[in-house]
Design a protein. Sequence first.
Length: 144
Amino acid sequence: MELFAGRENVPIDAVFHVEMRQDEKLWVALREVFISAQDLDLLAIRFALHVADLASYGIESVTKALTYGLLAAIGEFDSIPEDPRQDHWKEGATESERRAALSALWAATARSNAETDKEARIAAWDKERDWQIEQTKERANADR
């Protein structure tokens, strides 16, 4: 409500200035109204590749998250388990929007799962989401 404040559309920069969680900012920004379908698909791949170095960790939860992130990036949605974190954006999303959002979610999960202590996990999640937000901003601004 605050974001739109009576407007029919908003600039991408407005999304990142509203006080809300990183996840919510990404769910709003990873849309074809801001970024082309092709660029969303490229972002999905970039998100998955950004955490690919974690494959050497050999931790089952990291490996699963990496696999799901890659499957999301290529649109293999039926191979990815349902996750309650998807509920508020899944409905009405295009395939490219789903690829980008799911790939971002699982990449951040992999980064977080690579850490053992709770504070480090939270910090790793936040750092990955910050990077994803920066990539999303750059791509949206390049499309203008």
